[in-house]
Design a protein around this ligand. Structure first.
Ligand code: CAO
Length: 545
């Protein structure tokens, strides 16, 4: 066994380059030509291939280090016979030392070689586009052994990127394009010494150039390039990663793992995507999938889960823990939304007289130590409406074969608290007057905000009221609080012009929205319920009847 030191090859004019990717761990097996590390100048990146088959021992540089020609960069352990046989990467060492960027210098290496019978110029196949498009990445270097189908260069139009694959296996003798060049169908890409058995007949080569039909001499699996423009665009959206900054090794890894590089944040120099970034992205997606599968609230009923997004790529973020109530509410809301076919019906109640009456009670309320708000009248009116329309005090039987009719009137009241939404229940509302209901509202709302409600105080409801009247809004569509079948959403009352038969009069109108479970309630039932409620709220004398 011999330790072989790998040095920075001729950089074709660049004086120094940066080490941007160290992908191997000590003990990794390497084949000749496997990428050991990636260097980058201000114009191009360059994979440094292993000069021999063996075992990678260590790097002699750190990521981010600046190196120049001849600097030792890595060590590999090779079998003595292999060391004897395998020279340092000849292709790179043979590069001319004139003042050119890496990619151009590399392209020039074999320029002077006369074409032989086993040489073949690989060309751009039909890219389904008459325009020439930019070369955004050269994926091979002179001296590389390339298999048929391996990506040689990546082209980019304003709509898509396209991998241009090699139509033959062989060794790259010369790359005749550089990043930034424009290429179109049939243009030359690279000169190959094709592997024995793949040589084209001497007369076949020009035909390939003139007619790059996939079947003639090009069995290239070039799905992107051969596809119609629409398919090309689709490829971009899913895997190609048009606007990403990543080297060939990372692009290859992302293709193997099916990772869309546009979704990955790069942590390397200048935001370059590293192999670790791709691995971490996959890890995160898998973790999110596992937690989505574990949480009954997510992706139930065969509904595809909402994809995880790494928001940090758009700006600063923080993770805020959900309270127990918020988690429970999220699960219940989703369960109710998915299980119940909702319909919401709207109306306005004229509460001009009711409000005048309520305000007239304020002084007495102060004496009693009770605040009467519009919510107390709503709950009283709802109790009477439920008595007149008992279908709204039903629940769907678990077997779907029966409904349960409740003969008590308990009304839940949504309360907004710092810990989340809770719904205490006012019991036997039909047997209570407005003062008693007001006292219950005050008591339960205070307990809700202090987190002191007992489970008994939050159960047994027949129907729910959700009032955003003190907050504002014209209307909203509340979600039924299953297993109840109806919920009333109340918004802020406003003075509106209402036609009284002879003229428009200013009236205080209260917007109401009744959501119901259409499995149990029909539109006619809801219409009757809403009409009854509006009548009671508009003239509360009916409550006394
Ligand atoms: N239109 C105009 N003003 C209204 C109103 C309405 N519909 N409803 C209440 N108000 C007024 C009240 O009159 C009171 O003003 P005054 O003190 O001058 O009389 C003021 O708004 C504050 O009322 P309040 O909110 O303190 O009391 P409330 O009895 O109206 O409501 C409660 C109690 C618990 C329902 C309410 O505090 C609450 O938490 N509402 C939010 C419910 C919620 O979050 N629903 C959404 C659930 S789904 O996400």
């Amino acid at each position: 066994m011999t330790i072989q030191t790998v040095v920075v090859p001729d950089l074709g004019g660049a004086e120094t380059v940066e080490v941007i990717e160290l992908g191997l761990a000590p003990g990794d097996s390497v084949e000749v030509e496997d990428s050991l590390l990636v260097l980058e100048s201000d114009k191009a990146t360059m994979d440094i291939p292993s000069p021999a088959t063996g075992v990678f021992t260590k790097y002699l540089v750190e990521e981010g280090a600046t190196v120049s020609v001849g600097d030792p960069i890595a060590e590999i352990e090779v079998a003595d016979e292999a060391a004897a046989e395998e020279p340092q990467p000849a292709a790179v060492e043979e590069a001319p030392a004139d003042e050119q960027p890496i990619e151009a210098a590399v392209a020039e290496v074999a320029a002077s070689s006369p074409a032989s019978a086993s040489e073949l110029m690989i060309q751009v196949p039909d890219i389904g586009n008459d325009d020439k498009v930019d070369v955004i990445e050269i994926c091979v270097a002179v001296g590389d052994e390339v298999s048929e189908g391996d990506t040689l260069v990546i082209l980019e139009s304003d709509k898509a990127t396209m991998d241009i694959p090699s139509t033959h296996s062989g060794k790259v003798l010369k790359i005749v394009v550089a990043e930034g060049d424009k290429l179109g169908t049939g243009d030359d890409v690279a000169l190959f010494e094709v592997t024995a058995g793949q040589e084209p007949a001497p007369e076949a080569a020009p035909e390939v150039a003139a007619e790059p039909a996939p079947q003639a001499a090009a069995p290239a699996p070039a799905p992107v390039a051969e596809a119609a423009p629409a398919a090309v665009a689709e490829e971009t959206a899913t895997t190609a990663g048009a606007d990403v900054y990543a080297g060939p090794a990372v692009r290859l890894l992302s293709r193997e793992l099916g990772v869309d590089l546009t979704q990955v944040s790069g942590t390397g120099p200048k935001g370059r995507i590293q192999k670790d970034d791709v691995s971490n992205f996959v890890k995160k997606v898998m973790q999110n999938k596992e937690s989505a599968a574990a949480a009954p609230a997510a992706g139930g009923a065969g509904i595809p889960p909402i994809p995880a997004v790494d928001f940090s790529q758009f700006g600063e973020i923080e993770e805020v823990k959900l309270s127990k109530i918020q988690k429970l509410t999220a699960a219940n809301m989703q369960r109710n939304w998915l299980n119940i076919p909702h319909v919401t019906q709207f109306d306005d109640a004229d509460i001009t007289e009711q409000e005048a009456f309520r305000k007239g009670l304020k002084a007495e309320g102060e004496k009693r130590g009770v605040r009467i708000t519009p919510v107390a009248f709503l709950i009283k009116a709802l109790a009477a409406t439920l008595q007149a329309n008992p279908i709204f005090a039903r629940s769907m039987g678990a077997d779907g074969q029966h409904v349960v009719q409740k003969h008590y009137i308990n009304i839940g009241m949504a309360v907004d608290t710092p810990r989340g939404l809770v719904v205490p229940v006012i019991k036997d509302v039909d047997q209570k007057g407005i003062w008693e209901i007001s006292a219950d509202i005050m008591d339960l709302a205070a307990k809700a905000r202090d987190g002191k409600l007992t489970p008994a105080e939050m159960s047994g409801g027949c129907f729910t009221l959700s009032s955003l009247g003190a907050i504002g809004g014209n209307g909203f569509t509340p979600i039924v609080n299953a297993p109840e079948v109806g919920i009333l959403g109340v918004s802020k009352s406003q003075i509106k012009p209402v036609w009284n038969g002879t003229e428009f009069a200013p009236r205080l109108m209260l917007p109401l929205a009744l959501s119901y479970d259409h499995r149990v309630i029909n539109g006619g039932d809801a219409g009757r319920f809403m009409t009854h409620l509006v009548k009671l709220l508009s003239d509360i004398r009916h409550l006394a009847l």
